[in-house]
Design a protein around this ligand. Structure first.
Ligand code: SOE
Length: 399
């Protein structure tokens, strides 16, 4: 299905084709729509086509999110001459097939997190990205929270020695959307589609953030995982009458509801992680604290324009956590936005993600996090599951 605008995609610099149009599809669309209108970009993203299996739904998504055309088969999207970058926003079970096909078709690729549903898939994707890189193609994983200005500022401060030698990283990512046992068995609760539960969905983010902020990798973990509600109504089967009649068809939850794990970083610093979908009252609560011998940094996604910093080198009478309002022009990404004090939001991380991907393609550099970085996160997640299966035994993360 073509619109006259589709021909414009070729003329506008970098044709984008996106597979998937749910929550992440909407968030990424915001990024592609906005990046070149806020940042001075050497290439202008052109939203050439969006892809989804349901023809009516994907046509509606194209109209709603500003895509010039709609496709119902990702293979057709990849084959389009007006698409130079494929953005994979589908459930994890299709990341490898689509991303590898796109790389082998000569496209750049942005792939949502986690990179894949298994280490083997992630290894194949990283291999394909390495081969594509020799052809000048770029690949990146969508760990968008790195692109929160306060998180990027925290990275600058850690790298600049403001907290000294790192001793602890403490990260929690808590949601509560499936506390109700009658919440239906959606794709995120089925291993064959999602790969894992809170671990891969939320845990992937906090593993990536811990390693990004620390500037080093995890070398081993000890973990517990749990599935609190083991069967749920199938989508469409739930409803007021169904539970009473007992007639609702139900299916097994085959992923974790929560994962708690500790980890050792390469320098010997210790880390603790909590990823749960059963933290009642926590909607999308991502909190991070780093402690070094010269100071500490703390971040709360619910106050995402702020960073708390404690300078341990000043006299105790003057020290303590102080708030840095991350809205100054020399804070990461902020030069392009509003005057100091006018904060940003969750969706701005996707605008920054699109900006960084386009800038790397134009500069011929490798965007981060790479598929190799995504593979390493996948190895940590696999070590977490191995440790949990062995009742929390310390499990090395393969290099
Ligand atoms: C659901 O847990 C979800 O949409 C995650 O998949 C996203 O990565 C996170 O940013 C928001 O919550």
């Amino acid at each position: 299905m073509e619109h006259p605008e589709a021909q414009q995609a070729e003329a506008q610099g970098l044709g984008i084709g996106m597979v998937g149009y749910a929550f992440m599809g909407a968030a990424h669309s915001q990024g592609w729509r906005t990046a070149a209108r806020v940042f001075d970009l050497p290439l202008r993203p052109a939203m050439a086509a969006i892809c989804g299996r349901d023809p009516d739904a994907v046509r509606a998504a194209a109209d709603k999110h500003g895509w010039a055309a709609a496709e119902t088969d990702w293979r057709d999207l990849i084959a389009r001459d007006d698409v130079q970058l494929v953005d994979v926003c589908t459930p994890g079970d299709s990341h490898a097939e689509i991303a590898i096909a796109a790389l082998e078709a000569g496209k750049h690729v942005l792939c949502e997190k986690p990179l894949a549903n298994s280490v083997a898939e992630a290894e194949a994707m990283a291999d394909a990205a390495r081969r594509a890189r020799t052809r000048g193609q770029r690949a990146m994983v969508g760990f968008n929270y790195r692109r929160t200005p306060a998180i990027a500022q925290a990275r600058r401060m850690v790298a600049g020695g403001r907290i000294g030698v790192l001793r602890h990283v403490r990260v929690t990512y808590l949601q509560d959307w499936i506390v109700d046992p009658e919440f239906p068995l959606v794709w995120r609760l089925r291993r064959e589609l999602a790969g894992s539960g809170a671990l891969g969905d939320l845990g992937a983010h906090i593993v990536d953030l811990a390693q990004y902020l620390a500037g080093e990798r995890l070398v081993g973990v000890s973990a517990l995982t749990e599935t609190f509600v083991r069967d749920r109504p199938l989508p469409g089967a739930a409803g007021p009458g169904a539970a009473h009649s007992g007639a609702a068809a139900r299916g097994p939850v085959t992923v974790d509801d929560a994962a708690l794990f500790t980890g050792r970083l390469a320098s010997g610093a210790l880390a603790s992680f909590e990823a749960s979908r059963f933290a009642a009252g926590r909607k999308n609560s991502l909190r991070i604290e780093l402690n070094g011998d010269h100071g500490s940094l703390a971040f709360d996604l619910e106050r995402l324009n702020e960073l708390s910093f404690h300078d341990h080198t000043v006299p105790a009478a003057d020290s303590g956590f102080r708030r840095i309002l991350v809205t100054e022009p020399d804070h990461p990404y902020l030069e392009a936005w509003w005057p100091p004090g006018h904060g940003l939001g969750y969706d701005h991380t996707f605008v920054h993600q699109a900006r960084d991907m386009v800038a790397a393609i134009a500069a011929g550099t490798d965007p981060e996090p790479s598929f190799e970085d995504g593979l390493q996160v996948q190895r940590v997640l696999a070590a977490v599951e191995d440790s949990a299966e062995k009742n929390c035994v310390y499990t090395p993360v393969p290099a």
